[in-house]
Design a protein around this ligand. Sequence first.
Ligand SMILES: [Zn+2]
Length: 349
Amino acid sequence: MFPTAIAGSLPKPAWLAETQKLWPRWKSEGADLAQAKLDATLLWIKAQEDAGLSVIGDGEQSRQHFVHGFLEQVDGIDFEHKVEMGIRNDRYKAMVPQVVSALALKGRVHATEARFLRAHTDRKIKFTLPGPLTIVDTVADRFYGDRKTLAMAFAELLNEEALALQADGVDIVQFDEPAFNVYMDDAADWGVQALERAACGLTCTTAVHICYGYGIQANNDWKKTLGEEWRQYEKVFPALAASSIQQVSLECLHSRVPPELMALLKGKDVMVGVIDVASDTVETAEEVADTIVRALQFVPRERLIACTNCGLAPMSREVALAKLQALAQGAALADRRLKQIRALDGLRA
Ligand SMILES: [Zn+2]
């Protein structure tokens, strides 16, 4: 069977936070909010298991946003005075906190939800953290003065939390680096190095997710400017192939990424995006299986993991749930098809 996993985020229930927003406001506070986050996590653990996924995540129910959720536990960051910044090379504006002094972790960042996740499923669990380059692109620096130096400072903090997550029982620590597809030269020059610093000493599986972003309008408009072929991965994959990171998550279905670029990831497990996050149309199992079979031209069978293109956070719960089911059913169908082909080959032999 092909393993199946989500990239990371899932929609938050309406009783937890505003729906279909990237930076949703919480609906409660204090102890009520803490409980609501875990209730939502439990709901999604069950939903992923019921859908038949083999790797389970917390759906990032406890963080408002995949980058700022981490930054809230970092000393040296001023959240009181956010400033507007054009992020992802000015693709869209966001209100971002500022780095104002030397960085240090205040303590554990995700202990509660990681241990909760471990306690409520026997399947493999994956936990996501923002990658150093993407963090650097989502804060305003008033202290370090240099993107690489700042990335390395964040990488050390990420490493501290990643090692602790491993001790909590996490099987796969994944760093999310959508900014790798925007700053390809930086990514190859020092982004991968910063990533390896963040993953240093981990004995659990390590992964990186690189995408073209959530299915929001600004991203959909940006994709239209990228031309007939999206070749961003071509610059970054060779550096990743030479790195110690074990799994790479990429966009595939409905993207214009030339599938042969996956061959650049020789020796890596490849999380192939077979679920589109930019469309509410739910994939059929056949469509998912077709995408998997096409990817097998470039990825060995034992290295392919069926995954979503990106997080499902801004979608409706109903659509996200249906997409999880399509993911698992499509992976099972691809597996049956390959077995049939093998059986036929056996008859002919
Ligand atoms: Zn993504």
